[in-house]
Ligand binder design. Sequence first.
Ligand SMILES: [Zn+2]
Length: 345
Amino acid sequence: MIQTLKIIQPDDFHIHLRQQNYLKDTVRYAEKFKKILVMPNLTPPIVSIQQAKIYREEILFYSKNNSLEPYMTLYLNKSLSKQELFEFRDHNWLLGIKLYPSGVTTHSEYGIDKIEEYFSYFELMEKLNIPLLVHAEVNDDNIDFFDREKVFIDLYLSRIRNVFPELKIVLEHVSSKEGVEFVLESQNIAATITPHHLLLTRNDLFLPRLNPHHYCLPVLKTKEDRDFIAKVVLSGNPKFFAGTDSAPHPVYKKECSLSSAGIFTSPIAIELYITFFEKNRCLDKTVIENFLSVNGSKFYHLPINQTTITIVKEIQKIPESYPLGNDKVIPMWANRNLTWKVISN
Ligand SMILES: [Zn+2]
């Protein structure tokens, strides 16, 4: 039985670090990873290169020995000037532009309503080779909540793909069978996958009782969806790579009525991914390493990390909570035991 895994240091291609007095903690929690791709949904959202640069400098300031490599995204909305797109490629730490449908998740009130109004952006991004990162869910009360991803793909994403076939797109935190199928059949489209969408199903939202710490967007789906996502990861398909979507909220915003969406996994995410591979009897170093440490960098044309980490079979208890500024954040599977531990990086 495998007791030790030594792999290229993993990257997290989808993380929320928040801002102000939360930032110092969230940066530290991300440090088992090498590259991180930081989402732009702050208040106000990051809509200019200058804002992204300042945010990135703050992140580097808190990173111990500058061990993290933060990469940044801009928030697609009307305040994003086209001039920023022309200058985008001058900064190798800028990786993509994030599309949030209006009102769909945390701080997405600045997001977009009518997708056609952004076609001129997509055209330019396609020409300038700037990836579009998509939160693929419709925000429509008439649509069944569990179908939001599927309907977004049918109504919008497939149209964007067909009109802009050369545009590189990442279907972020893919959560459904239909989402995976869409990626598989599309040429320039990849997807990030979170540890929670690999380990949980929508039953975990309700059993044994309603659990706000399992509430995220896109919402957890059925076992069939989860198993379909699992299959594509275990197959080693290079279009899929790790992005934790670790999204910390203070306890008081989770354990309340109208609980916020987001699952916090950052400090234990690598161990959670390994737990997924073990559960599926696939402790195959190449498959694991490609998913966690290679596929994402290849998609974004970034160098593969030179550093490695060692993960050993050892029990560690997930803390009840982690400090978050003056608040606390409760991680996924709080108080439960993990059987893997990252021991060095
Ligand atoms: Zn996210």
